[in-house]
Design a protein around this ligand. Structure first.
Ligand code: BG6
Length: 369
């Protein structure tokens, strides 16, 4: 049932083009209009939402951070992201105009379920993004947007992560469309870009050997840092989490801009640092800022491993290793830049002889608070 792969995790990493394609399926008509009929929350309610709070745990919480950048940009609705267990116990400000988005692969995470119940008691509408049909969180929510990643067996999440990000883009685009704001042209472009994603993810997988070789060569490192900005920040944190979960290596993800406010003190000769670089064709000076962050850590002896967009030659001179991913719009990049980080963690842990499907101390769904 592993289809010839050595682990479920490797199989699931390779199922990601399909997971994203299946999550997009049937939700976009040929005229660039989204249809999320299954949502079942009255359109007038969705139009009147004045705040979104995304709640989730673990890898699903990083999806929330990506969703925040996308939803705020496309919909101009203030969006917060909070860990379910923090949200639940801090008396959050929630009312009838709040849309709470609960993201859970399993639909059974107790921390998130308790947060869902609390939000509904305060009058909020709750929309679940979930991969498991008929599980508790969607049953207790007002609406559900299912991801179609198929069953995820490996404890640490991979294909569900990409499917959840896809679903949160769909939600953001749908709300933007519904509320008829000025981004309608951009929405069409993004939908076209999304449709091309499965192929681009496959292109990343086709070059996995490069990152696997790197992982093997780094099997004895004891600390790895990950830097990113904008949507690259949650990707960096997910890269770090994967390495902790699978390879039991100390790893941390930082916002690249935060480097000079503290983490740069950690950099010493030979410290491996992954940097997730945004598209050079993206907005503002995001790319230039990240390139200068690479230079800063390099100047202090870091071994820099850069994930960048194909054709980005500017990063080469500052990088020990460059791994290129296909070009796409800035907000969609996490669907591509996360993949090499998953492959890296999985390959490194396998090289160390660990069971990547069942890491120590972890459970697939945590049904206690
Ligand atoms: C953890 C799992 O316990 O729960 C993680 O080990 C997962 O992989 C997290 O991201 C949240 O799970 P879910 O099912 O709510 O997305």
């Amino acid at each position: 049932e592993k289809d010839g792969y050595p682990s479920f995790m490797e199989k699931e990493i390779h199922e990601q083009p399909r997971a994203v394609a299946d999550t997009l399926l049937g939700r976009n008509d040929s005229h660039g209009k989204l249809t999320l009929d299954e949502l079942r929350i009255d359109e007038s309610i969705l139009r009147s939402v004045d705040k979104i709070i995304v709640i989730a745990c673990g890898t699903s919480a990083y999806v929330g951070q990506v969703a925040k950048y996308a939803i705020e940009h496309w919909c101009r609705i203030p969006t917060e992201v909070e860990l379910s267990h923090e949200f639940r116990y801090r008396d959050p400000i929630v009312n009838e105009k709040t849309l709470v988005v609960a993201i859970s692969q399993s639909g059974e995470t107790m921390d998130t379920l308790m947060a869902v119940r609390h939000a509904r008691e305060q009058g909020a509408k709750v929309l679940a993004i979930c991969n498991t049909n008929g599980s508790t969180i969607p049953r207790e929510s007002d609406a559900v947007l299912y991801t179609h990643a198929g069953p995820e067996i490996a404890v640490a999440s991979t294909k569900a992560f990409l499917a959840q990000i896809t679903a949160s883009y769909l939600l953001g685009l749908y709300l933007a469309q519904l509320r008829g704001n000025k981004f309608q042209d951009e929405i069409k472009t993004i939908l076209t870009d999304l449709a091309a994603m499965p192929e681009k993810i496959q292109a990343v997988l086709d070059h996995e050997q490069q990152i696997k070789d790197l992982a093997v060569s780094m099997k004895d490192v004891n600390s790895v840092l990950f830097l990113g900005r904008h949507v690259g920040f949650p990707v960096a944190m997910e890269g770090a989490l994967k390495l902790k979960e699978l390879a039991y290596i100390h790893a941390e993800g930082f916002a690249a801009g935060e480097l000079k406010h503290g983490p740069i003190a950690l950099i010493e000769e030979g410290q491996p640092v992954f940097v997730v670089v945004p598209s050079p064709n993206g907005r503002d000076s995001l790319h230039a800022k990240v390139v200068s962050n690479i230079q800063e850590v390099r100047a202090r002896g870091a071994k820099t491993i850069v994930i960048a967009e194909a054709g980005d030659e500017a990063v080469r001179q500052y990088a020990e290793h460059v791994f290129y991913v296909p070009a796409t719009s800035t907000l969609l990049a996490p669907l591509l830049t996360t993949v090499p980080l998953q492959i890296f963690a999985c390959a490194l842990a396998s090289e160390k002889g660990y069971d990547v499907d069942q890491p120590r101390n972890l459970a697939k769904s945590v049904t206690v608070e």
